[in-house]
Design a protein around this ligand. Structure first.
Ligand code: NDP
Length: 438
């Protein structure tokens, strides 16, 4: 019978490990060994990682790979990707190479606006509230100036504050809907600090407002928080080429291939079951770059999927069309990312990855990520409409199966050679391994 623990956070790292291993694992000695084997031998580096989060007991490794040959707006990139799923880096690399020979990727940033809201409840007259807001708007801005000065110097800051009447959706619910430019930062802390200041000013000014009744003066701020839905922090990435250059495989003519690609995207546009998986594939590429650059993948995921549902039905984030002899394939996706702040200057691998990416600004990083997502989707959908996804995927998964069964280097070599000409299945790999070991 397990017992709750009080003061876990106050225990030392080794006491935490002792406790978790003893209370929640079958073999505490072995568990401790596993946890310790993932510690970094450089104690300074280990401490840095320990201090990223709370109650740290070990590090959780994720492979980091490189997808080279991404030609983006005529500049060549090698993109670092951190991801646990086999075949993603290979697919990205394959798509990058393919498009590198066909003019590469073109990208445009359509907007960089971030959003935050002060949600509040007000019992009273809406016209009076609108009037009050008009009066206090300059004060809302001026009282936040101590927070916004350096961002303004960089060319960013608060763009606007709008009072929104949301009483149609929820009784007495209003909000300050605020927009920001946060330059090279994702902006969570800047935005949240501004919002909390707006909330303070709002409450103070309401209390002192001579036209408000006693009830109206008591407006209740429920919360002040940025939104991860950023439809105006948007980037477009595109590839296009004459159809006769779509000579990916001998098995299908370039025109048939182009038509199948368009049809596959159309299906993902109208069928949410397909759209979710279609977009998951896009996020394979994007999340891997988001992670490798120390950005917040939960924020990116939430915003991307909300955008995919913006027209009322969950739909594809990519688009494809044929115009005459020209095939185009593009993505439009909101990406609020940073190249300063968060982990970006703290995690040595993140710093290195930003160097590999040629020290991008946040706006450049948005474009690189969108391209990674588009490349991933091109690779996935082109496999789906031709050979099927499993052929490539299982080939990449083969090494995982071999490692699961502790194959030696010699066994791996023999089996990899065998499966160059045979279909990979889990059972097939085990049979080969058993045969070798007989
Ligand atoms: P930081 O607060 O770490 O860094 C951003 C700050 O860096 C800016 O506010 C600015 O402060 C300074 N800065 C220095 N140079 C620049 C520049 N060129 N452009 C812009 N700012 C610059 O990071 P963020 O506010 O971006 O927050 C990101 C983190 O917040 C992520 O790790 C995320 O996980 C986390 N987070 C996410 C939430 C969410 O998504 N819902 C909620 C809360 C946290 P100054 O102007 O004062 O110099």
């Amino acid at each position: 019978m397990k017992k709750p623990i009080a003061g876990f956070s106050k225990l030392s790292k080794s006491e935490k490990i002792e406790w978790i291993a003893a209370n929640y694992t079958q073999n505490p000695q072995e568990s401790k060994k596993i946890l310790e084997s993932y510690w970094n031998s450089d104690s300074r580096l280990q401490q840095l990682h320990d201090e990223f989060i709370e109650n740290t007991i070990s590090n959780f490794y994720m492979p980091m790979g490189i997808a080279p040959n991404f030609l983006i707006n005529d500049r060549l990139y090698a993109i670092p990707m951190a991801i646990e799923e086999s075949s993603v880096v290979a697919a990205a690399s394959k798509a990058a190479k393919f498009w590198e020979g066909r003019g590469g990727f073109r990208t445009t940033v359509l907007g960089t606006e971030k959003v935050g809201q002060v949600h509040f409840i007000y019992h009273g007259s809406t016209p009076k509230l609108l009037d009050f807001f008009k009066n206090i708007k300059p004060t809302l801005l001026s009282e936040a100036e101590h927070l916004t000065q350096s961002m303004q110097k960089r060319g960013g800051g608060i763009k606007d504050i709008v009072l929104k009447d949301k009483t149609g959706e929820l009784s007495n619910y209003y909000q300050l809907h605020c927009t920001f430019e946060t330059q090279d930062a994702m902006g969570a802390n800047f935005i949240n600090s501004c919002l909390e200041q707006f909330a303070e000013t709002l409450k103070k000014e309401a209390l002192a407002h001579p036209d408000f009744s006693e009830q109206e003066k008591q407006l209740e701020v429920v919360m002040s928080i940025l939104s991860n839905y950023v439809p105006n922090c948007l980037v477009k990435a595109e590839v296009r080429c004459p159809i006769d250059q779509l000579d990916l495989t001998q098995d299908i003519s370039p025109r048939d291939f182009a038509e199948k690609m368009v049809r596959a995207v159309e299906i993902a546009k109208v069928e949410p079951y397909r759209a979710v998986t279609h977009n998951k594939g896009i996020m394979n590429g994007i999340d891997a770059v988001v992670l490798a650059t120390g950005n917040d993948f939960r924020a990116i995921e939430a915003g991307a999927h909300a955008y995919a549902a913006k027209d009322g039905t969950y739909s594809s984030l990519t688009h494809a069309k044929i115009e005459g002899d020209l095939f185009s394939f593009w993505i439009e996706i909101p990406l609020a990312v940073g190249t300063v702040g968060g982990l970006t200057k703290l995690h040595p691998l993140v710093k290195l990855n930003l160097e590999i990416l040629q020290q991008p600004s946040a706006v450049e990083l948005m474009q690189i990520m969108a391209v990674a997502g588009l490349a991933q989707n091109f690779a996935a959908v082109s496999s789906l409409v031709t050979t099927g996804i499993q052929k490539g995927h299982m080939k990449m998964h083969l090494m995982n199966i071999l490692n699961q069964h502790n194959a030696t280097d010699k066994e791996k070599e023999a089996i990899l050679a065998h499966f160059k000409t045979h279909t990979v299945t889990h059972r097939g790999v085990l049979n080969s391994l058993e045969n070798l070991r007989k």
